[in-house]
Design a protein around this ligand. Structure first.
Ligand code: ZN
Length: 382
């Protein structure tokens, strides 16, 4: 199993300066490689591949010696990132979206570099020694397991702080004992989520509380002179405020995900396909960001040996969870009231019950599925 460990890192002034130099050179490399791709395409209608650019690196470093300060692996990673940006762009074009073309990175807009397995770094207790750069002291709030094989090391700068991420393979999952319980989860606008047992987890309003302060800082920033020290200070304050909200939200999502993974063997939720439907949602919906929550849930479930079933979202809120009839209602109607079987319950609970039933029938074809809804009441396990 693959797992990523992230640590806060501290260092001295000299190493910090050198790391900033490396980041700046990586940014220049990215822009040069992008320029080359664009130029070659304009002149010869040919595309330049990752391998073409990677092969040229050695020659390039002979000519522009300042790039010798950057670990070779980090430069390769720059080319790789650009290649991924291109692949993403063309993938989105193919599925009919209108993505922005890969862009040149502005000053201080390149915040991390990556080293691969065992090259250019050494990990000694809590010290990460980077060749050509210096030493970072890591705050090891948890241990990387002994069996772990480090695949990549990424050093990141964020709001004047440093972080190191170890992406590790060969992690042994910590399988939890079976509890013989399954659950369906519906995410909505009113609550963060509603599950098929009728539990509602309320939306965290961290950002709403902080919005006022963020808006004020934003207004202050707009009035300040570009490039001035005061503006830089406000910018940093603003970034820190955003970071705090982000961390609080992440913490909340981890806690909710842990609750479900600890308590249920199978967790069913809606498939979230495209980002498009997501952008239409209102502010507080975006704030709670379901995508990250489901990613966290997936990762925790994998590690614990639990099952996640993603069901198609179609009709989960319209269909009656007891008799299967369609009961049309728009988003403002919060109660599901079925004229056929007289079932009356919370709209989101009805959806969560449908999600559970669908999920279980997807898992096991003999399970009462869409066409066999009568036995549904038996499924509500507490
Ligand atoms: Zn009904």
């Amino acid at each position: 199993m693959i797992k990523t460990y992230k640590f806060r890192a501290y260092t001295n002034k000299a190493t910090e300066i050198q790391t900033n130099v490396v980041l700046e050179l990586c940014r220049q490399m990215y822009n040069l490689a992008l320029e080359q791709r664009i130029m070659v395409y304009k002149q010869n209608k040919k595309s330049v591949s990752f391998y073409d650019q990677n092969k040229q690196l050695t020659e390039f470093k002979k000519e522009f010696t300042q790039f010798k300060q950057v670990p070779s692996q980090a430069l390769e990673n720059v080319i790789d990132r650009l290649d991924k940006a291109y692949q993403n762009f063309f993938r989105r074009v193919r599925i009919g979206e209108t993505p922005g073309f890969p862009r040149f990175k502005g000053y201080e807009r390149y915040d991390s570099f990556t080293l691969r397995q065992g090259c250019g770094y050494k990990l000694e207790n809590s010290n990460l020694i980077l060749s050509k750069i210096g030493t970072f002291k890591l705050k090891l709030h948890r241990q990387i397991p002994l069996e772990a094989k480090i695949k990549t090391v990424t050093i990141t700068r964020k709001n004047n702080k440093w972080f190191v991420c170890f992406c590790c393979d060969n992690i042994i999952p910590k399988i939890l004992p079976k509890v013989n319980r399954s659950i369906g989860i519906d995410v909505g606008c009113e609550s963060f989520l509603t599950d098929s047992n009728g539990l509602k987890v309320e939306n965290p309003r961290f950002l709403n509380k902080s919005t006022e302060r963020i808006t004020k800082l934003q207004q202050k920033l707009e009035k300040q002179l570009k490039g001035s020290n005061r503006r830089k200070k406000t910018k940093l304050l603003l970034a820190k405020k955003h970071e705090k909200v982000f961390n609080q939200r992440l913490d909340f999502q981890h806690k909710v995900a842990k609750h479900y993974v600890d308590s249920y063997d199978t967790i069913c939720h809606e498939k979230m396909n495209s980002f498009k439907s997501f952008t239409k949602l209102n502010r507080s919906m975006r704030d709670v960001s379901w995508f990250r929550f489901f990613d966290i849930l997936q990762a925790k479930a994998e590690e614990a040996g639990r099952t996640i079933v993603k069901v198609p979202a179609k009709n989960t809120s319209q269909q009656c969870s007891k008799c299967g009839e369609m009961v049309k209602k728009d988003l403002s109607v919060r109660i599901h009231s079925c004229p056929h079987c007289k079932l009356t319950l919370d709209r989101d609970l009805n959806a969560a019950l449908n999600i559970l039933r669908l999920g279980m029938s997807l898992q096991d074809p003999t399970f009462p599925g869409n066409d066999c809804l009568v036995k549904f009441d038996d499924l509500i396990i507490n």
